[in-house]
Structure formats: C-alpha cells, structure tokens
Design a protein around this ligand. Structure first.
Ligand SMILES: NC(=O)C1=CN([C@@H]2O[C@H](COP(=O)(O)OP(=O)(O)OC[C@H]3O[C@@H](n4cnc5c(N)ncnc54)[C@H](O)[C@@H]3O)[C@@H](O)[C@H]2O)C=CC1
Ligand SMILES: N[C@@H](CC=O)C(=O)O
Ligand code: NA
Length: 915
C-alpha cells in the first residue's frame, strides 16, 4: 500500500514480527509484537485493529502449538508449515445481500458457527449497495461534484448504524474508531481526487475496497461474540494478482500461497473472516478482483488452502435449469460439472463467473451454491462430473440458456468451397471492427459460413465484409453477404450430451413440435452445448418447449376452450375429473388456461381451477375478445404446447383455424364449419396441417365420440380404397325416427332430442338435413373427393317450416303444424313393413354424395338402432363383401365431449406423451 498517502487499516505485516511464548497457564500460546512490544495475549476471539490480528490455535486443536513448540524462532514461524491444507478447511463466501443488514450479518455469523468443519475461511462482500456507493463517491469526486461528502456521510452512517445494532462494548468501540479513521482518510483522499479532477485506478480501487473491509470486520466481531477463535484478514496482505487484460486479473498463486502461510503463521485461528473482492499487486498496491470479485476471492483462497469445499451463499436456492423469469417450471439442479457451470455462465446464466471456476477446478474442490435465506435448500454442487449421474437421455441436458439481440451473418457463394483462407479473411474482417463472434457454423459443403454477432455490431461487420469481398462479390465467386436480423440463441448445456446418441434429436423434435424454425446450428466437438439460432420472437417459446421436454418429463398442454356451452362445459368437467390421473399415469400435464364464451372470458396464466371453473369465470371474467384470448394463449404463460378447443358451432371462429395453426397453436374441434365450408379454405387448412407439426383434430365432427374419422384415416393410410360410405349420421334424426312411434307426435320427439342435447345449437340444422350433409362432405373430402357442400343434394324434413321461421324458437313452435303430415308418412311406411331413416351416402367411386329420407325393411341393420345411435358402413377394397360397420350413440354431451377429449390425448401422444 506504499504508493498511497492514506494508510491502510492494517500496517504491512512484515513490519510487525512476533515472538511466541506460552501463556502463564501453559494452555494457550500468546504472541508479542516484536516491534511494538505489545503483548497480544487477549481474551479468546478478540480482534485488534491496527495490528495484524488473530488468535493462535487453542490447546486441543489439531495444529496446537505446545509450549515446547512455542519456543521456536520467529523466522521458523514465518516460513512455517503451520498453514494446514486440505479437507479440514471449508471456505464460505457471503454476498452483499447476505450481509445487507445487521440481522443478516448475525445470521451469517450463525451459519459460520454452525459449520462443524475444523477450520473455516469466510470471505465476505460489502454490505449490499455499498460498493456502488463507493464507486459513486469516486465518480462524484473526480467530476468535481461536491455532493460526494454527503454520500460519504451516508456510507459512514450506514456502517455506524449497522455496527451499533450488531455489536456492543469494546468491539463496537474498536470498530467505530476504525470506521472513523477510515472515513477521515477517505475524506482526505476524495478531496485530493476532487482537486485533481481525476482518480488513478489504484486510488479508486483503494476507495471501493473499503466496503469489504468494514463488512468483514463487523462479521468477525460478530463471530467472536460467541467466543469462537476468529481472526480477521485483510486479503490485500495475502492475495497477489497481476493484470491480465482490461478489467481482468490473474492470481499469482505461488506468491499468494507464501503470503497466506506467513499470515497464518502469525494468526492461525480456526475461523478466519476475510475481505472479498480486494487484493494487491506484487508491489503491494491495492487493487480489486473486478466483477464478481468476491466469488473469485473465495475460489482462490479455497484453492490456496485446498479446501474441502467452497460454499457461495446467495439469495437463490441454487442454479436453475433455465432462467426462472422465462420458464416458471425451471428446477434447481442438484449437481453441475465445472464445464457445465462454465458453459452456462457464458450464456448469461447467473451462476458463477467462469474465472471463479478455474482456481477450484484444478484441485477438484466442489463449489456449492446455497441460499442464505432458505437454509433448508441443499443448493447446487458444482464439481467434477459426478460419476453416479442418471444415465438416461433426458438427464444429459442440464440447462438451457438464451442470448437475445443477435444477428446472423451469412456469407455464401460457390467460390468458397475448397478455397483456403476464406474463413480467415471473413473473421479477420470481423476482428478489424472489433465485433464479438458468438457462434459459427459452416456446413461441410463449404458453400456458406454463417456466424452470429450482437445486433449492435452487425452493421459494421456487414460493411467490413462487403469491402473485404467487393471483388469476389462482383466476380460472382461470392453470391451474398446477408444479414438476418432479430435472432436469438438457444443453448442446451450438458456434459453428458457428449457421446450420448439421441440428445439432439430430442431437442430438435421438441422445437419442431413447437413449430419453431431453426436458422443455424452449432455444436463443438466437446459437445458441452448444442446451440441453435432462431428468430428472437420464437426464443422464449423455444426455451420453454425444450425445457419442458427435458425437465418436466411431462407433455404439457395449455388449452383454451372457446364456447363453454353443452359440449364445452361437459369437456371441462371431464377434464376436471381426469387431469390428476393423466398426470400420474401418463405424465401429461393438461392445463386449461382460458375459457371464452360470446360475452365473457377468463384467462389465467396459472391455469383455471377446473373444480370451480364457472366461479372463476364469474370472478375473473373479462369481456370476450377472441383475438386477445388467443394472444394470451400463445404468449402469456410458460407452456410450450398450446391448443384451442373450439366448442362453438360458429363459422367465424372456424375461419381462424388457419391463422392459429400458422401461429403454432393446435386446434381441436367438434365444430363442422371449417371442414364443410368452402373447399379452397378447407384444402388450404389441410395443406398447412400436413406441412407443419401443428395438429388439427376433429374426430367429433362425425359420429360424435365414435371413431369415424380415425377409422377412415386408418383405412386410407394403410392403402385401402374407399368405395362407399353410407349410414345414419345424425344422432338427432336417429333418435327422432327410433322414437317416433305409437301415438307420439313428431314435434314432441324433436323437442325430446333437443332436450337430450343431441341437436345442433340451432335444431333447424338437423331437421334441414344440413348437419348430415356437412358430415357427408367431411367424409367425402377425407376420402379425397373435392366437393362443395352445395354439391350434396339434401332432402329437407321441414322445408316449409324453415322457410317461414326466423329463429330456432319460432321453428320449434311451428313444428307441430307438420305433425299430421309426418304421422301420415310414418303410417305409410309401417303399412309396407318399413321404417323411416335419414341417411347420408358418400359414393366415392362416382365422386358424389347425397342426403335423403329413405324407407328400410324392418330387418335392415339401419332399422335396428335405438337412442341416438349412428351407424356408418365403410365399403372398401378390403371390406367389400361385408362392410366395416361402426355403430353407437352419435350425439349427446358426454359422448361428444369424450370424443374431443380423445383428440386432446391423441395430440398429447403426438407431442411425445407415453402410450
Ligand atoms: N351436441 C352434440 O351432440 C354434438 C355437438 N357437436 C358440435 O359441438 C359444438 C357445440 O355444440 P353444443 O355444445 O351442443 O352447442 P351449445 O350451443 O350448447 O354451445 C355452444 C357455445 O358456444 C358459444 N359460442 C357461440 N359462438 C361463440 C363465439 N364466437 N365465441 C365464443 N363462444 C361462442 C355459445 O354461447 C355456447 O355457449 C357444435 O359445433 C356442434 O355441432 C358435435 C357433435 C355432437
Ligand atoms: N346434432 C348432431 C350432433 C352431432 O354431430 C346430431 O344430431 O348428430
Ligand atoms: Na367421431
């Protein structure tokens, strides 16, 4: 510290040499400062300010100085091997938040005392915000802003108040006297800076390091209160560093170890509380370890004493598998290898600065990240790759990280292949503009090299490349230097990805299923990370999709339900009763995160409580706004797979499916409007569905829960040829003709069907034959016919009534006037030994369809139905003699909602859920 006019609180140790002598009792060794001739025998644990401080080992401890040993000379002591090394040491580092208040400092002292290790070395940061205050003092002084004096007063008051709260008696007096002296020295120094209008680096480093001096002194007094053997260490006496780059220093291990041994030989206490962050140069000029310096101090000291473990105490439970602000399901990792922690810190994960890992890694010393505010959390151990780690594929990836605000530069051209020096020319041009290359990828065809740089540097990079390759571009050897803006990087980190086949497949599968386009990929041979470049707008979704695939080990589905009417409400209740079972048995996590009707909607990021979804709709409801609802589903929550379940019969809602699928939102529906609407729209929708990994399922549009669409698909996809599909496709009309007998009137039976929930929201759709025609069209198109709804001749049952009614209610009221006519038709059929049935036919061979009322003999299978039964017969090349028949209830709340639910589970299994 000799270049400074202001004295450090601790004079250079070498100036105060010590003689050791036994105490009167012979049980303790006391030391005497040879220069001041001041005896340093003092109550156990006392700390002296103004001298090198510390206690000697107590009798009974492993490194006990016996009276005989105490007779050895000072020289022997100074080169002594008294510094024990190895497992008995545990090093702890407490960050600024842990030291934020007197109570917290006391808690830190309790944690230190609670560690049963034989020897403990405690490194502390300044109290929270103090380092910033100290930097601001320097900044203000050199900007000739005289408010630095008030700020210095605040610094003083903060520490005085903390000390008064924490300490008492002699220790308090000692601390305050030291604080006064430091503050008056700082005042003088800041005044000098103010006058000069400039602070040298060593001046400012000296000033800012005081936060650690004060916090560590307070802690050491607090530990001593318990009577423990504790010394205070100003690490500027011990840690020697040399500059290694802008804002970087390298420790001088050899010199630091020597100095530590010397220091320890003078004050070998069981607990040493030391300053983090500060160090000195080989010339004893105070300096700091720069950003995150206290972690670095702990790691270096840990390495110097070959500690058993270095614990970094902070305010989180450990290292997360992803940024918890972006992925609320992020989990705390129990272990990480040094390399993994290193990779993660590169990607901005708030783990440890990579340089903190270097000192401990060379001696295989584990670092444990623990939460000072949640002592029950075991934290994350960073160590050599644990041998016993889970060997399954999913465990290979430890974490995911992202970097935003990047641009991808793509240099492309046939003239690059096989021409040595191209990449060197590219990257030297990049270097000249000082840009930082974050990843590089070149396919082995050598026709293009792409690399990512920060967005703010890309203009300069692009300009430099255009200049550098002007001739090559003009001659056509290079075809382009292209910039792709607004990119992000998603990195999967994990040591065991190396040589584990299949990990990247899982990652890319998860991204594909979330409909995320990957622009570039890089994986080094070390395989610690796989990096993908994607559009920035997709980044959080990609992070969540990848994270949930590897960490949640559940297929998570975020569902938005549109139209909580009969089917929608029944589906919600079925989900309510089944979600726990799905989670337990199939690892499927289904969350309904929104429900919207015509007027009101509810959307909750945490998901709607299905046991009380109606109440939540009333309590949390907002006016319905479909666009907003969809935005919420696609953006506001953490779940990677989003599904809209359209339980309306609305054409307008159905018209959005294409856009939703394009956004990566899966669509499931019993609503027939999209598939029976205009052919061009239908084809566009199906083409998109086929081309993407976003799914569109609509089993319940035909035969409700009966497996009609899936049966037809199965036949087609396995190469069968569909010849004809015919049957009774309407639950309502089936019910009506199955129950229209005896003295019952036609209109009464229609009312019953409506009451039973078989009809469309508007029963005219059933009785006009339109609903059946829609089903015929859906099956016809599914079978490859390009028909419009208007191509299907439809025999309406109530043509006249329909013409004169403007509402469903009016229609129902007018229906009885047709009862006689219906009674007559029925009797005529009965007289011929026949029944009335309303059937649909898809005549695939002739490319036609039709819907009509027909009469069947009483022994015909179509005459054998009951309730709302549908019956559908597939005549195919394989099922030619005997058609394949599916029969069962084809309408009704439970069976229809069940069909929609089946589609949800089908989607889950497409997305990776176990079968
Ligand atoms: N009822 C059944 O047995 C079967 C019904 N389906 C289909 O299921 C769908 C629903 O039928 P139900 O539940 O019986 O009808 P419903 O009338 O009981 O329910 C439809 C719900 O959608 C709401 N809705 C209408 N337009 C909306 C919009 N733009 N935004 C939000 N909500 C809107 C209505 O207010 C109502 O709550 C229909 O497409 C129907 O064809 C399919 C197979 C069988
Ligand atoms: N209203 C329809 C319901 C199913 O699609 C029917 O009656 O079949
Ligand atoms: Na079906």
């Amino acid at each position: 510290m000799r270049s400074l006019a202001v004295a450090s609180p601790v004079p250079p140790a070498a100036a105060h040499r010590r003689r050791l002598r036994p105490s009167a009792s012979g049980r303790e060794v006391v030391s005497q400062c040879l220069k001041c001739e001041i005896n340093q025998d003092r109550p156990k644990g006392a700390l002296r300010i103004g001298h090198s401080q510390g206690n000697l080992p107590r009798h009974g401890s492993k490194n006990l100085l016996t009276p005989a040993a105490a007779a050895i000379s000072v020289e022997q002591v100074e080169v002594s091997t008294y510094l024990p090394k190895g497992d008995m040491w545990s090093v702890h580092k407490f960050g600024g938040t842990c030291m934020g208040t007197p109570q917290r400092i006391q808690n830190v002292a309790d944690v230190v005392l609670g560690d049963s290790s034989e020897r403990k070395l405690i490194i502390v940061s300044a109290m929270s915000k103090v380092t910033d205050m100290m930097y601001s003092l320097v900044h203000k002084a050199q900007s000739r802003d005289d408010s630095y004096t008030e700020e210095l007063d605040k610094v003083f008051e903060k520490h005085m108040a903390a000390a008064k709260d924490l300490l008492d008696g002699e220790n308090l007096a000692r601390f305050l006297s030291q604080l006064h002296s430091d503050i008056s020295n700082l005042r003088a120094m800041l005044r000098a800076i103010y006058i000069a209008g400039h602070a040298t680096e060593s001046f400012s480093e000296f000033v800012v390091g005081h936060g650690e001096l004060w916090s560590s002194q307070m802690l050491s007094y607090a530990v001593q209160k318990s009577g423990a053997s504790c010394s205070w260490m100003d690490t500027r006496e011990v840690l020697v560093v040399k500059p290694s780059g802008p804002d970087m220093v390298d420790p001088d291990y050899v010199e630091s170890e020597k100095r530590l041994e010397k220091w320890f030989s003078r004050q070998p206490a069981e607990i040493i509380v030391a300053t983090g962050f500060i160090a000195s140069t080989a010339e004893n000029i105070p300096t700091t370890l720069k950003r995150d310096g206290s972690d670095f101090s702990a790691a270096i000291i840990g390495s110097l004493v070959r500690a058993r473990q270095v614990t970094i105490w902070t305010d989180v439970d450990g290292v997360f598998s992803a940024d918890p602000r972006k992925v609320s399901e992020a989990v705390i990792l129990s272990t990480l290898s040094y390399q993994e922690a290193w990779e993660m810190s590169y990607f901005g994960a708030n783990v440890l600065h990579p340089r903190t890992i270097i000192p401990v890694m060379k001696d295989n010393i584990p670092i444990v990240i623990r939460n000072m505010f949640n002592l029950s959390a075991p934290g994350t151990v960073i160590c050599k790759q644990p041998a016993n780690e889970d060997a399954d594929l999913d465990a290979c990836v430890k974490s995911f990280a992202t970097i935003d605000k990047l641009a991808l530069v793509n240099v492309e051209g046939t003239g690059m292949a096989g021409v040595p020096g191209t990449s060197s020319a590219i990257f030297s041009a990049v270097k000249e503009v000082g840009a930082n290359v974050i990843m590089i990828s070149q396919a082995s065809s050598e026709h293009s090299i792409c690399f990512a740089v920060p967005e703010k540097e890309v203009a300069a990079v692009s300009a430099a490349l255009h200049v550098r390759f002007r001739e090559a571009l003009a001659a056509g050897r290079l075809s382009k230097v292209e910039v792709i803006h607004d990119c992000s990087i998603l990195a999967a980190v994990g040591l065991r990805m190396a040589s584990t086949p299949g990990v990247s497949a899982i990652l890319f599968d998860a991204l594909a299923k979330a409909n995320i386009n990957v622009r570039a990929i890089a994986q080094g041979c070390s395989e610690y990370n796989i990096t993908v470049v994607l559009k920035q707008e997709d980044c959080v979704r990609a992070l969540r999709a990848a994270h949930s695939r590897f960490f949640l080990s559940k297929t998570t589905l975020a569902i938005g339900v549109i139209g909580p009417g009969l089917i929608g409400a029944t589906l919600l209740n079925q989900l309510r009763d089944q979600v726990a079972v799905l989670k337990e048995n199939m690892n499927i996590d289904v969350r309904v995160i929104g429900i919207t009707g015509v007027f009101w909607g509810v959307s909750l990021c945490r998901g709607v409580d299905l046991t009380r979804w109606k109440e939540e709709m009333q309590k949390e409801a907002k006016p319905a706004d479909l666009a907003n609802f969809v935005r919420h589903l696609s953006e506001d929550h953490v779940f990677p797979n989003k599904v809209l379940v359209d339980c309306t019969a609305d054409t307008n809602v159905a018209s959005h499916y294409y856009d939703w699928l394009k956004k990566g939102i899966h669509v499931i529906t019993p609503n027939k409007k999209a598939n029976s609407g205009p052919l061009d729209r239908y084809l566009k929708l199906r083409t998109l569905q086929r081309a993407s990994y976003t799914h569109y399922f609509y089993e319940a549009t035909v035969g409700a829960g009966l497996p009609i669409i899936s049966t037809l698909r199965g036949l087609l996809e396995t190469g069968d040829k569909i010849l004809r599909i015919e049957g009774i496709f309407s639950g309502t009309l089936s019910y009506i003709f199955n129950n229209f007998e005896g003295t019952r009137s036609f209109s009464d039976v229609v009312a019953e069907a409506k009451e039973a929930g078989y009809t469309e929201p508007d029963p005219r759709d059933d009785l006009s034959g339109t609903d059946v025609a829609r089903k015929v069209i859906i099956l016809a198109r599914e079978s490859g016919l390009r028909l419009e709804l208007s191509d299907i001749p439809v025999g309406s049952l109530v043509l006249e009534a329909l013409k004169s009614c403007s509402s469903p209610n009016e229609f129902m009221q007018k229906l009885p006037s047709f009862d006689q006519d219906w009674a007559r038709q029925r009797h005529e059929a009965e007289a011929a030994g026949e029944v009335l049935r309303y059937v649909g036919v898809v005549d695939v061979l002739n490319g036609k369809g039709r819907v009509e009322l027909q009469r069947y003999k009483r022994d015909h299978p179509f005459a054998q139905l009951s309730g709302s039964d549908n019956i559908i017969a597939f005549t195919t090349s394989r099922y030619k003699e005997q058609p394949l028949i599916v029969r069962g209830p084809g309408a009704g709340a439970e069976v229809t909602a069940g069909g929609v639910f089946c589609d949800i589970l089908r989607l889950a299994s497409y997305l990776g859920a176990p079968s």
